[in-house]
Design a protein around this ligand. Structure first.
Ligand SMILES: Nc1ncnc2c1ncn2[C@@H]1O[C@H](COP(=O)(O)OP(=O)(O)OP(=O)(O)O)[C@@H](O)[C@H]1O
Length: 348
């Protein structure tokens, strides 16, 4: 892996090795799950009640940014119910027939996890909400006047849907979920506990200061905390005798270009282009993406939410704008005119 690929593996798509690493660190029960206290307690109650009644629990919708634990929670739900977990994703369900094929294989009590549920096609969505409500769907076979509806009975099962964009789900589908949870970014203490737990599983010695340093640069996201820990472990083993203390964590993360606030190369490239090439904006996100040589989605989904959360970037009706904090973070003088721009939550 060259440096660029390494960097992308940290912030973006996970390769097979990353997935295996993640799987090894996944909490398996609600008790092992760190943080998300309210969601944990609510889920625990709901699952316990369902088990006591001998019924399948309500359908569950989990929403929130990538890497906060949606897949982990889906796996925990199946584990707590001692039920098999079937995994699919919205992009894999483009036709109602794709979903019908999945539903015809569902057994009583199964948990069906649909990741990126907002990316299913409309006809599949309609079939899904019928299945969720009535445990029965009509599968249309053939086309035109010769088409026939074949009823398909489905035993009671539980859908766990995950989405980064709950707002994109049509309300009839959203309403079929009896339990919805919005996952929040994790605080520094929780991330520190996650780093501690992961380093324990990896048999890696991390001092309190070393753990805190990794946690504070993890952008509120357990997946990033675990990935940074992996990079720091490599560094510690090759260059520092195997123990992760404050200096080792700081030097390793500097090498991988993750700064004190958790900004990585892409975040800084976006801020840099915004301030240096476009005078701080406003500029459209597509133009910004071209300027940093990335896809619009990459900038929108990976860099922007974090920069907005840090208060470095604002979305205005006319485009993206760098805030005074962004200029300061880059070590540049803040332009005087900046204060007068109208700010708006939704630029599109
Ligand atoms: N609350 C938590 N406590 C401990 N580890 C966690 C927690 N949440 C997530 N993790 C770890 O973070 C990694 C990513 O979690 P997960 O795959 O569940 O995220 P996700 O929200 O489903 O992300 P995506 O939507 O991108 O698939 C996993 O390795 C998991 O072990």
């Amino acid at each position: 892996m060259d440096e660029r690929e390494e960097f992308e593996a940290i912030v973006a798509e996970a390769g097979p090795e990353d997935r295996a690493f993640e799987a090894a660190l996944r909490p398996r029960t609600l008790d092992e799950l760190i943080g998300q206290e309210r969601v944990r307690e609510q889920l625990s109650l709901m699952l316990e009640a369902a088990v006591a009644r001998g019924r399948t629990p309500d359908h569950v919708l989990l929403s929130g940014p990538p890497g906060l634990g949606k897949t982990t929670i889906a796996m925990i739900i199946a584990h707590q119910l001692s039920a098999p977990l079937r995994i699919t994703s919205g992009p894999a369900i483009q036709h109602a027939g794709d979903l019908a094929a999945i539903l015809s294989g569902v057994n009583e009590g199964d948990v069906l996890f649909i990741d990126e549920i907002h990316r299913m096609s409309r006809p599949a969505e309609e079939l899904l909400y019928m299945a969720m409500e009535d445990f029965r769907v009509d599968v249309i076979v053939g086309k035109g006047p010769g088409a026939t509806a074949i009823p398909l009975e489905i035993p009671p099962f539980t859908v766990v849907g995950a989405t980064t964009r709950a707002g994109l789900l049509p309300s009839p589908l959203r309403d079929r979920f009896g339990f919805t949870a919005q996952l929040d970014y994790y605080g520094a203490d929780e991330l520190h506990r996650i780093v501690d737990r992961s380093s324990g599983l990896l048999d890696l010695e991390v001092t309190a200061e070393g753990g805190r340093e990794i946690a504070s640069r993890s952008r509120g996201t357990p997946r990033i905390a675990n990935r940074l820990l992996r990079r720091v472990r490599d560094f510690a083993e090759v260059r520092a005798g195997g123990v992760v203390d404050h200096t080792v964590a700081r030097d390793a993360l500097a090498l991988y270009e993750v700064d004190e606030l958790g900004l990585d190369r892409l975040d800084r490239a976006v801020l840099d282009a915004l301030c240096r090439s476009f005078g701080g904006g406003p500029v459209g996100v597509s133009t910004l993406a071209v300027a940093v040589g990335e896809e619009r989605e990459t900038v929108e989904e990976l860099a922007e939410p974090f920069l907005v959360r840090l208060g470095f970037l604002a979305r205005t009706p006319r485009g993206r704008v760098a805030t005074p904090g962004a200029w300061r973070h880059l070590g540049l003088p803040v332009p005087a005119a900046l204060d007068q721009l109208p700010l708006d939550d939704d630029p599109r």
